[in-house]
Write a protein that binds this ligand. Structure first.
Ligand SMILES: C[S@@+](CC[C@H](N)C(=O)[O-])C[C@H]1O[C@@H](n2cnc3c(N)ncnc32)[C@H](O)[C@@H]1O
Length: 247
């Protein structure tokens, strides 16, 4: 039995398109402003969160890495600098996001180390046991079928390989919770709409964060799928969390 109704939260309620199609179109549209809004809305803390997540892989010394839902490749670029793997492959369903990522990779002359490809987390086009480590930053919330995506990641991980997921969570301290809810439901959609010229994207951010299975439930999903040594570490008063699991 599924612990989570995966396709329930979509960017556009009245659209006939699937969640995956809507998510792809939405990220294509906001790609040009994605990096700016990411850093602006998080006041730059996202870079620290990413670094903390990547540090979870230091002991693995990964040679082959996969960054799922790589978007504009921030995670892949940082992982390449911090861990020095032989190769990082980034996959994403949004060509718009990948195009921005490819430009950043070229500018840093990392084309030999980072390869970005259009690809879906739910049908990953690699053989089983291909990667020492897999990262997903702010991506799992957008999967149409969360469990299928996590199952596919487990399949392509090598035995002993490690998954690190970075995702928003909901803080539990009362005052922080209220401030966070105000920020996410009122401020972020307004600022997001202003800069991205997209009415629904940052409202979807709020809705998807509010409904996403977090902490204990997310760890239960990982366990149920067969991940071992699973954990959840809250960051910044619980606004964000790092989940780990091994094959
Ligand atoms: C919030 S962005 C995160 C991008 C990047 N990982 C980061 O940390 O900035 C979410 C990304 O997930 C991608 N995505 C959503 N569903 C996906 C799927 N099924 N397979 C691959 N990528 C997906 C979207 O296209 C988008 O680029």
């Amino acid at each position: 039995m599924s612990l989570y109704k995966h396709d329930a939260i979509v960017p556009l309620i009245n659209s006939p398109d699937s969640k995956k199609q809507q998510v792809e179109q939405m990220f294509d549209k906001i790609a040009f402003r994605y990096d700016f809004l990411n850093h602006f809305l998080s006041a730059g803390i996202d870079v620290w969160w990413r670094k903390k997540a990547i540090k979870e892989l230091k002991k693995v010394h990964p040679k082959e890495m996969l960054d799922v839902a790589t978007g504009t490749a921030d995670m892949a670029i940082l992982a390449s600098k911090m861990l020095g793997p032989v190769k990082i492959t980034g996959i994403d369903i949004s060509e718009g996001m990948l195009d921005i990522g490819k430009k950043k990779v070229e500018k840093l002359d990392l084309q030999k180390k980072i390869v970005l490809l259009k690809g879906d987390s739910e049908t990953i086009f690699f053989e089983k046991n291909s990667f020492d480590a897999v990262t997903v930053a702010f991506g799992v919330r957008n999967f149409e079928n969360l469990e299928k995506g996590l199952q596919e990641i487990l399949r392509v991980l090598k035995p002993g390989g490690k998954l690190v997921v970075l995702e928003f969570t909901r803080p539990s301290l009362p005052l922080i919770k209220q401030l966070y809810n105000f920020y996410l439901s009122v401020l972020a959609p307004k600022v997001g709409r202003l800069f991205s010229k997209n009415n629904s994207a940052y409202q979807y951010l709020n809705d998807s964060v509010q409904k996403f299975p977090e902490r204990k439930i997310f760890v239960e999903i990982l366990n149920k799928l067969g991940y071992k040594n699973t954990s959840c570490k809250p960051l910044s008063l619980g606004i964000c969390s790092i989940y780990c699991g091994e094959k």
